[in-house]
Structure formats: C-alpha cells, structure tokens
Design a protein. Structure first.
Length: 94
C-alpha cells in the first residue's frame, strides 16, 4: 500500500489493474520542469528521450524499432505472468 499511497500523492497514474483494482508499480517519476507524472520504465524512458533529447548521445529507441520494443515488453510481461501463476513442477521419486 505504500507505493500506491506515494504514487497517488505524486499524481502518478496506475500502470494497470489487478482483481479490478488499480495497480501501482515501480518505477514512477514526476518531472518538476513539466509537471508530468509517469509510471512504467518503458514509458518513462520514452518520455525522457522525447522531452530531453541529447543529440550527442545515441537514441534509446532508434527510428524504426518501436514495434520491436513493444514486442519485447509484451514478451517480458507474459513471461512474468506465467512465472507468477504457474505452480512448480513436482517430480515423483523413483
């Protein structure tokens, strides 16, 4: 409940829902320069790259790779869900 309370106080939105209730997950940031309040690491990285571009550094998300980034995030999310819900395999002793 500590994360939820802190995020609500900072105006950071939930990243999803669980059992019909808002789900608050780290990381989350607030940008005092723009007033933006953001959660989710990929969304934060995109925001920083768009809001504070630095041409002297390589792009985090090179042009034309957005679909690949989304696919990787979905794959990671699916793997996390499977690990969290799967029961461990039990092998009978011989």
């Amino acid at each position: 409940m500590e994360i939820e309370d802190a995020f609500k106080k900072a105006g950071i939105p939930p990243t999803g829902e669980r059992a019909g209730k808002p789900l608050y997950t780290c990381p989350g940031i607030t940008d005092p320069n723009t007033g933006a309040a953001i959660a989710d690491s990929l969304t934060i990285a995109e925001y920083i790259e768009k809001t504070y571009p630095d041409p002297s550094k390589p792009a985090l998300f090179p042009p034309g790779t957005r679909a690949l980034q989304v696919r990787a995030e979905l794959h990671f999310d699916l793997a996390t869900i499977i690990r969290a819900t799967a029961s461990p395999l039990r092998h009978a002793s011989v």
